[in-house]
Design a protein around this ligand. Structure first.
Ligand SMILES: [Zn+2]
Ligand SMILES: [Zn+2]
Length: 123
């Protein structure tokens, strides 16, 4: 089962004359990236908000190139499978720090969401 939102995401072309803030938030690369995707920090498929409004950039979603985007979902899907933040896995594959940071943020939001759900169900 695929839980992530990586396969039905919005893609946009990076325009060469666009100011430098339109780049992958995870690796910050400025060369060799032509397409950016919108990554929802708490994935839509995990119950996260689906907005793509510019005002929600940084809090709900961020730009990611295809490689970083696939990698952040690879990490998230692994953590969901094992049910905890698996630091050994992250170290073993030596994922880029920026990608790991977004994966961890998504994982923590997912845990918060689970806790909130439990609190609500006890009421
Ligand atoms: Zn990147
Ligand atoms: Zn994503």
């Amino acid at each position: 089962m695929i839980d992530s939102d990586v396969h039905n995401t919005t893609r946009l072309i990076v325009e060469p004359d666009f100011p430098g803030d339109k780049r992958c938030a995870m690796c910050r690369r400025t060369r060799g990236v032509y397409v950016l995707e919108i990554h929802h920090i708490l994935p839509k498929g995990w119950g996260g908000p689906s907005t793509e409004a510019q005002s929600a950039r940084g809090s709900v979603w961020e730009y990611a190139d295809a490689n970083c985007h696939n990698t952040v979902h690879l990490i998230l899907d692994h953590m969901k499978r094992v049910g905890e933040w698996d630091a050994t896995y992250v170290q073993h594959w030596d994922f880029p720090a920026g990608v790991v940071r977004y994966a961890k943020a998504g994982w923590e939001r997912y845990l918060e969401k689970l806790e909130n759900r439990e609190e609500t169900s006890q009421l």
